[in-house]
Design a protein around this ligand. Structure first.
Ligand code: SF4
Length: 383
C-alpha cells in the first residue's frame, strides 16, 4: 500500500496539474477589468449570439456575472436545466469546473460547454482523485465489504469520480436530495461510501436518517488504509470521505453563539456542507435553493444569520430590505474559485463565441461520460 500525500500545490499561472482543477494559466487576451464598456460589450455579444447561446449561472456567482444568466440555480437545478435548450450550440457555464463537466455530460453531442475561466475549480472536488478512490475501493475489497457498499458522490466531484460511482452501481446526490439518495442506497446495500463531503454525508445520515455518529467513520486518503482498522470498516454504516468545502467549513459553533448574542431572536439558517456542530446549533438547514425559498417566504421584520457563500447572502440581503439578513461569520469569505468568473472572463467567452471561436471548452471523454451519466441519471430518477 502506498501513501498518497497528494500533489504539490501549483501557483495559478505556473503550469497545469492534470490531476487537479487548480493551476491553469490565465489567458493573456482578457479585456481589462477597468474597461467601462464591459457590461455593454457582454450585452452586445449576448444579443449577437441570440438563441445560439444558453448561459447558466450558479447562485454563488458575482452580481456582475449573474445578471447575464438565462437560468440561475444551485448545482442540482443547473444539472436539470443543462439539457433544457438542446437547440443552443453554446452553453456558457458561470460556475465551477465540475458543474461544467456535468453540463457537458448532460447536453447533446453538438453542444459545446464553455467555462469562462478554467481556473474556476472547487477545493472540495479536488479532495477526491480517481486514484485515491480506486485505492479506497481496494481497501474495502480487502476488508471483504465492497459487495455491501453502495457509493454515493456529491455533485461537487469530478466527472472521473462520478464515473467511478456509476461503474459501481451508485448515484450522484446534491444537498437537495442527499436523504433520498441515502434511502435508495440503503435499499440496495448495508453500507454507503460517501464522497467527497464528509459533512453532508454525516449531517444527512445522523440528522435525517437517525444514524448515530458512531455509525460513521472517516476515510483519510492520505493515510494507509484510510487510517482505519478492518474492524472499524466492517462495523461502520457510513464510510465518509475526508473532504469538505473550504467556504462552509469556516463557520463554527462560536459564529452561531456570537450572532445569537448580537441579534436577539435571530434565525440561524445554514447549508448542510457546514460542520456537524454548526448544523446541530442551527434553526434551519437546507440546500441553496431551500435557503433562498426560506428567506423569500420569511415575514417582514424577521432576522436571519445565513451560513452559506457570501455573494448569495449579500444578494438576498439586498433583495429583502424589509428583513435583517446577515452573514453567519464575522469574517468575509467568498468562494474564491466561484469568484474567478468575472466580467472580463465572461466578455472574452461571449465575444469569442460571437466570432465563432470556442475558448475554454470543457469536454469529458466518452467512456467517463457514459458511466458518469449512469450515476447522474440515477440521481435524476431518485424517488
Ligand atoms: S462553495 Fe465550496 S463546494 Fe462550492 S465551489 Fe466553492 S469550494 Fe467548492
Amino acid at each position: 500500500m502506498t501513501i498518497d500525500i497528494g500533489s504539490p500545490l501549483l501557483l495559478l499561472g505556473r503550469g497545469a496539474d492534470p490531476a487537479s482543477e487548480r493551476g491553469v494559466s490565465c489567458p493573456g487576451d482578457l479585456p481589462p477589468a477597468s474597461d467601462p464598456a464591459l457590461v455593454e460589450r457582454a450585452h452586445a455579444a449576448k444579443a449577437a449570439l441570440g438563441e445560439r447561446l444558453f448561459v447558466l449561472g450558479h447562485h454563488y456567482q458575482r452580481d456582475e456575472v449573474i445578471q447575464f444568466a438565462d437560468v440561475t440555480g444551485d448545482s442540482f437545478k443547473l444539472a436539470q436545466e443543462a439539457a433544457a435548450r438542446p437547440q443552443a450550440p453554446y452553453v456558457v457555464f458561470c460556475g465551477v469546473h465540475f458543474m461544467a463537466e456535468s453540463a457537458d455530460i448532460l447536453t447533446g453531442p453538438d453542444q459545446r460547454v464553455v467555462l469562462p475561466d478554467l481556473a474556476a475549480g472547487c477545493s472540495m472536488a479536488d479532495m477526491a482523485t480517481y486514484d485515491q478512490v480506486e485505492e479506497c475501493w481496494e481497501v474495502l475489497e480487502d476488508a471483504g465489504i465492497a459487495d455491501d457498499v453502495v457509493p454515493i458522490t456529491y455533485m461537487n466531484s469530478s466527472a472521473d469520480i462520478k464515473a467511478f460511482v456509476g461503474r459501481h452501481g451508485g448515484t450522484v446526490c446534491t444537498s437537495s436530495n442527499a436523504r433520498r439518495a441515502l434511502e435508495w442506497a440503503f435499499s440496495k446495500g448495508s453500507k454507503v461510501l460517501f464522497l467527497p463531503d464528509q459533512h453532508l454525508g454525516r449531517n444527512t445520515a445522523v440528522l435525517e436518517m437517525g444514524l448515530g455518529l458512531d455509525d460513521c467513520v472517516v476515510y483519510n486518503p492520505h493515510r494507509p488504509d484510510g487510517g482505519l482498522a478492518t474492524d472499524e470498516l466492517r462495523a461502520a454504516t457510513m464510510i465518509l470521505w475526508r473532504g469538505h468545502c473550504s467556504v462552509h467549513g469556516r463557520f463554527s459553533k462560536e459564529s452561531v453563539d456570537d450572532v445569537r448574542a448580537r441579534i436577539p431572536g435571530v434565525n440561524v439558517l445554514v447549508h448542510p456542507e457546514c460542520r456537524h456542530e454548526v448544523v446541530r446549533e442551527a434553526d434551519h438547514i437546507g440546500s441553496t435553493e431551500y435557503i433562498i425559498r426560506m428567506l423569500d417566504e420569511a415575514p417582514a421584520g424577521s432576522a436571519w444569520a445565513v451560513g452559506t457563500e457570501l455573494n448569495l447572502v449579500k444578494r438576498l440581503a439586498d433583495r429583502h430590505s424589509d428583513k435583517t439578513i446577515v452573514f453567519l461569520d464575522k469574517t468575509v469569505c467568498f468562494c474564491s474559485t466561484m469568484n474567478r468568473i468575472d466580467l472580463p472572463h465572461l466578455v472574452r467567452s461571449l465575444e469569442s463565441l460571437a466570432r465563432g471561436e470556442v475558448v475554454n471548452q470543457i469536454t469529458v471523454d466518452e467512456e467517463t461520460a457514459h458511466y458518469a451519466r449512469a450515476a447522474l441519471d440515477q440521481m435524476l430518477a431518485l424517488p
